[in-house]
Design a protein around this ligand. Structure first.
Ligand code: ATP
Length: 199
């Protein structure tokens, strides 16, 4: 479903990714660990096409729809959560109100909340970032530090969501510098010195 072959990326004099290869299939939950600055976000940006690798290839199976939460999610600050999600979903003509409402409820976000996103806490914004990455039934989902700012109850809700995505045969790759307590992966990898290896 997702195949990376010999990906390399440098920024000016700094080599970040040396030689990354990965084959990942549907229904799989993968963790990429690695310290700050090791290149996790860079790798996700390359997979989504935001950045071009200097070398290597990325192949996605036909019918793949990518969802991603990378760094700090950006929103229309003066609009509500639902307006933001509708706007993003409509861009791809894949907005589904029922599914989006369920996700908001699942994360304890009030559907009737007329508060603009600029007033949201870090954790609330993060939840919106997670929701936008999965609400369009994306089948390859990349989540960079997804639990940043989430309280323990929200982390449990997040884990339940990942288990459901796995049952739905989606491929989910989570990158984080630390362990997410209670989350069990099918495959654990570490990104270090520009190389991706099994733990
Ligand atoms: N556009 C860019 N231009 C120059 N250097 C960059 C650029 N993007 C990333 N880097 C550098 O590449 C390295 C890897 O950054 P990246 O954001 O991929 O790390 P990360 O593993 O996601 O870190 P964190 O855990 O802190 O989010 C860092 O040293 C960073 O400064």
């Amino acid at each position: 479903m997702l195949t990376l072959k010999n990906i390399a990326k440098s920024f000016q004099q700094q080599t970040v990714l040396v030689d990354i290869s990965l084959t990942a299939s549907t229904g799989c939950l993968i963790h990429i660990a690695g310290p700050n600055g090791c290149g996790k976000s860079t790798l996700f940006k390359i997979i989504t096409g935001l950045l071009k690798p200097d070398q290597g290839t990325i192949a996605l199976a036909e019918g793949s729809i990518l969802g991603a939460l990378i760094e700090n999610p950006q929103f229309l600050e003066y609009e509500t959560a639902l307006t933001n999600l509708r706007f993003l979903g409509d861009l791809n003509q894949r907005f589904n109100l029922e599914r989006t409402q369920k996700l908001l409820q699942q994360f304890g976000l009030d559907l009737e909340n007329r508060q603009r996103v600029s007033k949201y806490s870090v954790g609330m914004r993060q939840k919106l970032g997670i929701i936008q990455a999965v609400m369009e039934e994306q089948n390859i989902i990349l989540l960079d530090e997804p639990t940043r700012g989430l309280d323990p109850e929200s982390i449990q809700q997040f884990i339940q969501l990942l288990e459901k995505l796995k049952q739905e045969q989606k491929l989910v790759i989570v990158a984080s510098h630390d362990e997410i307590p209670g989350l069990v992966y099918d495959r654990a990898l570490v990104l270090r010195n520009g190389q991706l290896n099994d733990v």
